[in-house]
Design a protein around this ligand. Structure first.
Ligand SMILES: Cc1cc2nc3c(=O)[nH]c(=O)nc-3n(C[C@H](O)[C@H](O)[C@H](O)COP(=O)(O)OP(=O)(O)OC[C@H]3O[C@@H](n4cnc5c(N)ncnc54)[C@H](O)[C@@H]3O)c2cc1C
Length: 377
């Protein structure tokens, strides 16, 4: 059975690792990505706040040596889901099973004024550039803001505001600075009232201004103001934005999307095209867009492929994931969340603590060990 996995992010890496573990050299898996390496989302925050150098968080795909898996660095230019065939700048590929794990593309240019007058911390390039911008920042009005929905890792803007507080405090710049957090959500973590309470308490303690249920629609760089949908304004000296998210162009052109994302069976992750699956940020399965969910979905697709080849039971997707929350002061909290179709999501909150900071570190290093076969950090 030939399996073609598009995208070597959280979803693609987990899926190909599971298939290699199950089939060894008998696997016939091709993994395609245009990038030369993987970077965890949370590593972007580590780099921008100067906790780690960029080279430390870049995991080269050239180091993936997995029996039965061939990595191809190429840009996918066309997907034919009916034929399970893709075109790339390194030739065409065909498969019996096709898995789309291409994530969400980010579009800073879709928010007027953001590229000219602000910064964004969601792309690798944007977060890495911010390292120098923050190092040179002398204090002032900081806005951390979301510009559209849906967006990946809903806790990340809250984490960024808390880490910014630490960053400015350590540099003796907090007194002359203000931090505002603009979020489309009514509370920071809707599935967990406890987590939301803890975060709102932390914002209040640290003097971080919380602006719920709002989106920044544009920036006016000439006047250094962020403009909301109702035309009200918030002045800034440093604007850190979460840009507009969309499926990659090649996915939209393949005619696989409904309302902007790929619909899937919520239990199997299969698309409306037989033998074609979609996992992670690119699909609209109903979980937030986060690596832990992409990983869980990849596991279900791996189980289905393994069951169809070896017999046995496939699993059903349970919508569960553990999200770690940077709380500042080197402490981390955790929300264990579950999203089940047709039911309100529930989340169990724990922390913040040093033990959970260690657990988050272990979460990252265990993935790099399994996916890349080496220890990290
Ligand atoms: C600041 C920040 C912090 C975060 N923190 C966390 C966290 O703590 N925990 C967590 O679980 N999640 C976190 N996330 C979210 C997480 O990074 C994503 O949700 C996750 O990476 C999604 O996995 P994926 O496999 O769907 O897509 P991705 O990991 O985005 O992978 C998609 C891959 O497809 C490739 N690709 C796209 N288009 C093409 C093309 N045309 N041709 C070839 N290749 C292509 C890309 O290069 C990419 O490697 C964070 C995100 C950010 C921005």
């Amino acid at each position: 059975m030939r399996v073609l996995v598009l995208g070597a992010g959280f979803g693609g890496l987990e899926l190909t690792t599971r298939l290699s573990e199950a089939f060894g050299d008998d696997a016939d898996v091709v993994l395609i990505d245009k990038a030369d390496g993987f970077v965890f989302g949370f590593s972007k925050l580590d780099v921008m706040f100067g906790h780690r150098p960029p080279a430390d968080v870049h995991h080269r795909y050239a180091d993936v040596v997995k029996p039965g898996v061939r990595f191809v660095q190429a840009t996918i230019t066309a997907i034919d889901p009916a034929a399970k065939r893709v075109e790339t700048d390194a030739g065409s590929f065909e498969a019996d099973i096709l898995v789309v794990a291409l994530g969400a593309d980010l579009h800073p240019d879709a928010t007027p004024g953001l590229v000219e007058g602000g910064s964004e911390f969601y792309t690798v390039a944007g977060a890495f550039e911010l390292r120098d911008v923050l190092a040179a920042f002398e204090g002032g009005r900081v806005i951390v803001a979301v510009t559209s929905t849906p967006f990946k890792c809903p806790p990340a803007p809250s984490e960024t505001a808390l880490l910014m507080h630490d960053f400015l405090t350590k540099r003796g710049l907090r007194e002359q600075s203000e931090i505002a957090l603009v979020m489309p959500l009514p509370v920071p973590i809707p599935p967990s009232p406890d987590a939301s309470r803890a975060l709102l308490g932390a914002f209040e303690e640290r003097g971080i201004a919380w602006h719920p249920q709002r989106l920044v629609r544009s920036l006016d760089p000439a006047r250094n103001v962020a403009v909301f949908a109702d035309d009200s304004e918030l002045p800034y000296d440093l604007f850190l934005g979460v840009p507009v998210h969309r499926v990659p162009e090649v996915v939209a052109a393949a005619g696989m999307t409904v309302d902007g994302w790929i619909p899937v069976d919520p239990l199997t992750l299969e698309t409306s095209f037989p033998g074609v699956y979609a996992v992670g940020d690119v699909c609209s399965v109903g979980t937030p867009k986060a690596g832990v969910f992409a990983e869980g979905q990849a596991g279900v697709v791996a189980d289905a492929i393994i069951a169809s080849a070896q017999g046995g039971d496939a699993s059903e997707y349970d919508g569960r994931g553990i999200c770690y929350l940077e709380f500042g002061d080197d402490k981390v909290a955790k929300v264990d969340v579950r999203f089940v179709a047709g039911e309100p999501p529930v989340g169990e909150y724990d922390g913040p603590s040093d033990a959970l900071a260690a657990a988050k570190l272990e979460f990252g290093s265990s993935r790099i060990q399994r996916w890349f076969g080496r220890s990290w950090p």
